[in-house]
Design a protein around this ligand. Structure first.
Ligand code: GDP
Length: 443
């Protein structure tokens, strides 16, 4: 959030100018650079990023543009996408099942939790996954995986006599053999982590890797660990090797920038993001969409996908249209949007993905679902004419609405301000020229 606010502030200082001098550009880039460093993004990554942005910005693409600040946003978006790993990579499945996915990372990184999320996601996409409990280091890790598996409706292979009690390599090996016999098509192997990187841990992970020959090794990294992320990632890259990264705890309030450097530093793409403790708090990672979120252009695609998971298709298509801004966005639509999001449960997360909402993030932090009821009461107290044309809402109408809805005039004003902001964002999105992965474009 802070990174997003600061980058947006830097860029908006350029807004509305007909021409940008090299000095204007340099000032904005220096501020973006400071924001990235303060967010714990690794220095080499920041250097590379700012050098490329400066080079591109000073070239003709900006000076020739009609709106130079938009052009800068476009460059920053593209370069952020690049450091976040570029094009989305799909999980690779083996030609002959079972596909073996091994999880590696420090203790507490979120591997066991991820195993459940991945299991559920795989099951939902038509696979028959088996989770294998090869973390015999952490007390209760096996039991935790069993609970997680049960919650996700996914089978778990755990150490028992014959399955290699006490030997994580043997558990992994027998687990994969069991999957082959029982026609599970994907095996997710949870492994042990230590609190810090150590040689024994690396050896164990390497032994498991050699025993099960994973198709994917996913390095799970806690987004909250700060600058250590890069060192840890390098240690794992060297000790075990990995084909993909999972960023966990992206819901936390940590700066997260170091985790955002991991892909750039190790060259492995981020495949998934974990955003909470519940089994559904899990997303495919798309660098372009993450860049859009950081630039507060909203992650409309992820929002729509989550909506699709929760609603039937017609409702989702309708929501998509509204959000993409098909012209007449009224207070009724605004209310309907909020109600639909309330159904989705995780209101705060959803609103955070909507364009323009970054500006009022503080309000959102204090957002509670009763807010939707308040909005509903206010909108219901308006006449149909007022709902489609809020411009006619003068002082006396506003106090009538406040009385009618049991709220105050300032609450009515607050709602109208937010509606205006949302509407402006929707319009600019509908007008825009095609940001990657976003309907109607984001610029
Ligand atoms: P492991 O040691 O790598 O297996 O880590 P765990 O899966 O046991 O996770 C460690 C702690 O982090 C647990 O308390 C989890 O509930 C929590 N956790 C895992 N993933 C997330 C996440 O994405 N967000 C949040 N907020 N907590 C998480």
């Amino acid at each position: 959030a802070t990174l997003s606010d600061r980058i947006n502030a830097a860029v908006s200082s350029l807004r509305g100018r007909g021409r940008l001098s090299d000095a204007d550009i340099a000032t904005a880039i220096a501020e973006i650079r400071r924001a990235l460093l303060d967010a714990d993004v690794a220095l080499p990554v920041v250097r590379d990023f700012t050098a490329t942005v400066r080079e591109r910005a000073e070239q003709s693409e900006v000076s020739k543009a009609l709106d130079p600040s938009q052009q800068i946003v476009k460059i920053v978006h593209e370069e952020l996408t690049r450091i976040l790993g570029g094009a989305t990579r799909e999980l690779r499945f083996a030609k002959r099942p079972p596909t073996v996915i091994m999880l590696a990372g420090l203790q507490g990184a979120g591997k066991t939790t991820l195993a459940g999320k991945l299991g559920k996601w795989l099951r939902d996409s038509g696979h028959t996954p088996l989770l294998v409990a090869s973390d015999l280091q952490r007390p209760n890790a096996v039991q935790q995986l069993e609970i997680v598996g049960k919650g996700a409706g996914v089978a778990v292979w755990s150490p028992e006599p014959g399955n290699g009690v006490g030997d994580p390599v043997e558990v992994a090996r027998t687990g994969v053999a069991h999957a082959r016999e029982q026609f599970y098509d994907v095996v997710v192997v949870d492994t042990a982590g230590r609190l810090g990187v150590d040689a024994e841990l690396m050896q164990q992970a390497a032994d498991i890797r050699d025993a099960v020959k994973p198709d994917e090794t996913l390095f799970v990294i806690d987004a909250m660990i700060g600058q250590d992320a890069v060192t840890t990632a390098n240690a794992f890259a060297e000790g075990v090797g990995f084909t993909g990264v999972v960023l966990s705890k992206l819901d936390g309030d940590a700066r997260g920038g170091a985790a955002l450097s991991v892909s750039s530093v190790t060259g492995a793409p981020v495949l998934f993001a974990s955003t909470g403790e519940k089994v559904g708090d899990f997303e495919r990672f798309h660098a372009d969409r993450m860049a859009s979120r950081i630039l507060d252009m909203g992650d409309v695609m992820t929002l729509i996908e989550q909506a699709e998971r929760a609603f039937d298709e017609d409702q989702a298509a309708e929501l998509a249209n509204k959000i993409a801004g098909d012209g007449d966005f009224t207070l009724d639509d605004f209310l309907q949007q909020m109600q639909q999001m309330k159904q989705l449960g995780s209101m705060k997360k959803m609103l955070g993905m909507l364009p323009g909402m970054g500006q009022i993030r503080e309000q959102l932090e204090n957002f509670d679902e009763r807010e939707v009821d308040r909005v509903e009461a206010i909108v219901r107290s308006m006449t149909p004419g007022e709902r489609t044309n809020p411009k006619i809402l003068n002082g006396s109408r506003r106090s009538r609405i406040a009385r009618g809805s049991g709220t105050t005039v300032s609450e009515v004003n607050g709602l109208l301000d937010r509606f205006d902001q949302a509407k402006t964002m929707m319009r600019s999105m509908a007008r825009g020229g095609g940001a990657p992965g976003m309907p109607g474009g984001g610029f």
